[in-house]
Write a protein that binds this ligand. Structure first.
Ligand SMILES: [Zn+2]
Length: 146
C-alpha cells in the first residue's frame, strides 16, 4: 500500500492517471478505424511527453522509466498503424471479430451490474500491456503499489 503522506505519493498518482489515460486510449485504438486511431495517438503523444517531464522532474530522470515510456510509445504507434493504416471498421460495440487480427473482441463489465464495459481486442492491446507493467513496476513509477 502506498503511503499517502510520502512526498512522492502525489507524483505517483499523477503517473497513474497518465497510465490510465494511455490504457483507455490503447483499448479504444484496437476497435476504431485507422483515421481515428491516429487522432487518439496524437493525444497519447501528449500524455507520453507529460510522463517524460514527470520522470525528469520527480523521478530523478530514471533510465528504466525512460525506457518504459519509449516501449509504451512504440506499442501505441504499433496499435495505431495495424492493418497498414487501412482499417475502416468500427468495433466499439464489442460485437464480432477484430478488424486487424481476427480475434474475438472482448467485452466485460468493469464491476458486476455497473453497466460500464471494457471493450478491447486482447490480442492487439498486448504489446501495450507489457509496456504498462514496466511503467507500473517497483523500478518504474511504482503505481503497482496504489
Ligand atoms: Zn486484434
Amino acid at each position: 500500500m502506498l503511503n499517502l503522506d510520502h512526498p512522492m505519493a502525489k507524483h505517483i498518482f499523477a503517473a497513474a492517471q497518465m497510465e490510465d489515460f494511455l490504457l483507455v486510449s490503447a483499448q479504444r485504438m484496437t476497435l476504431v478505424p485507422s483515421t481515428e486511431r491516429l487522432a487518439i495517438l496524437v493525444d497519447c503523444h501528449q500524455a507520453l511527453d507529460e510522463m517524460r517531464r514527470l520522470n525528469h522532474e520527480q523521478f530523478s530522470a530514471s533510465q528504466f522509466i525512460s525506457d518504459a515510456i519509449a516501449d509504451a510509445q512504440e506499442s501505441l504507434e504499433q496499435i495505431a498503424n495495424l492493418g497498414g493504416g487501412n482499417i475502416t471498421e468500427n468495433k466499439v460495440d464489442g460485437e464480432g471479430d477484430c478488424a486487424s487480427c481476427g480475434s474475438a473482441i472482448t467485452k466485460f463489465e468493469t464491476y458486476p451490474q455497473s453497466d460500464r464495459y471494457v471493450i478491447v481486442c486482447h490480442q492487439c492491446v498486448r504489446p501495450f500491456m507489457q509496456a504498462k507493467s514496466k511503467l507500473q513496476s517497483s523500478q518504474g513509477f511504482r503505481t503497482c503499489f496504489i
